[in-house]
Design a protein around this ligand. Sequence first.
Ligand code: DOR
Ligand code: ZN
Length: 355
Amino acid sequence: MSRLRIDGMLDPHVHLRGLQWSHKGTFASETAAAVAGGYWAVLDMPNTLPSTVNATALAHKRNEISRQAVSDWGVYFGATGQDNTAAFSSVVDQVCGLKIYNNATTGDLLVDDQTVRDQIYNVWPASKPIAVHAEGPTILAILDLVRRHRKQTHFCHVSSAEEIGYLWAAKEEGLAVTVGVCPHHLFLTRDDLSALGPFGLMKPELKTAADQEALWEALDAGVVDVIESDHAPHTIAEKQAAAPPYGVPGLETTLPLLGLAVHQGRLDAGQIPFLVAEKPRKIFGLQAPPETYTILDLDVPDIIDRQNLHTHCGWSPFEGMQVFGKVREVWIRGQQVFDGEAVLVEPGYGRNVVT
Ligand code: DOR
Ligand code: ZN
């Protein structure tokens, strides 16, 4: 089989940058990376500068993205440790969901007090999902809130055997949880760090081969709901500086890496549309517009090369890897937006998926 048609691809976990971090990437450049990666739409995380944690910052971000985006898009609202819950009811209809950072990462959004988390779970309306950054035992603390408040929760970038074990059990218990896994945790381990240096630093960090194996097992068993890129561009200079920021770009390498997994017999091609389109749309209650699809040539070998990437940051932790699969066409609302090489629409073509 060579050509695969995927309707309405959605990456529910990206950091588009823009605003005061436009030197890392703009809403135009990073949504161009999205369509080049095959995506119809992307959901933008709130740890920007400024953070998306109040109505003013949200309105400003929505304005900027809507002027610049070539793919469709949605934005998350961010919870702060300083209690911004009063804003929840007025912003919920404008966003795809709420993001809570329960462990430290890029930006200053950290909620590490369980009482504050409990308050957040209490106030956030059940109509939109909560996405959490929770690593290791923090997952247990969040599961306790899911159990008590019964609010649908997506666990982002699950990366270890320990974490997948907690979530596997939570699913067996019948909790309303979903699991996202990133390509970098499926295809790289901490053994790659010596070659990658700062370009292999992200949160959650790269783990052991045994952790990686546990992710593949969970994928095989149907415990993984979404493959999400956690696309997080930083400039080469920033990555090479004394204290490099966490994060790697990923929007344009997800499909070719999944193609590699198919080629290696580790993934069934039929699972791809579920993991990158159907399930993420279902979690966020989004319907793809008519005539919105991607044509992927699954058998074409390729080598990941920064020259071919649209992301502004201009590098990839997967550079030099032999992968399989090329995005040939992307259509959004009956308009071809990507032809395998170039983006065919102007900034502003992309629409908000939420309203
Ligand atoms: O590696 C990461 N980078 N992990 C995150 O959680 C945030 C992201 C970023 O914004 O750079
Ligand atoms: Zn992220």
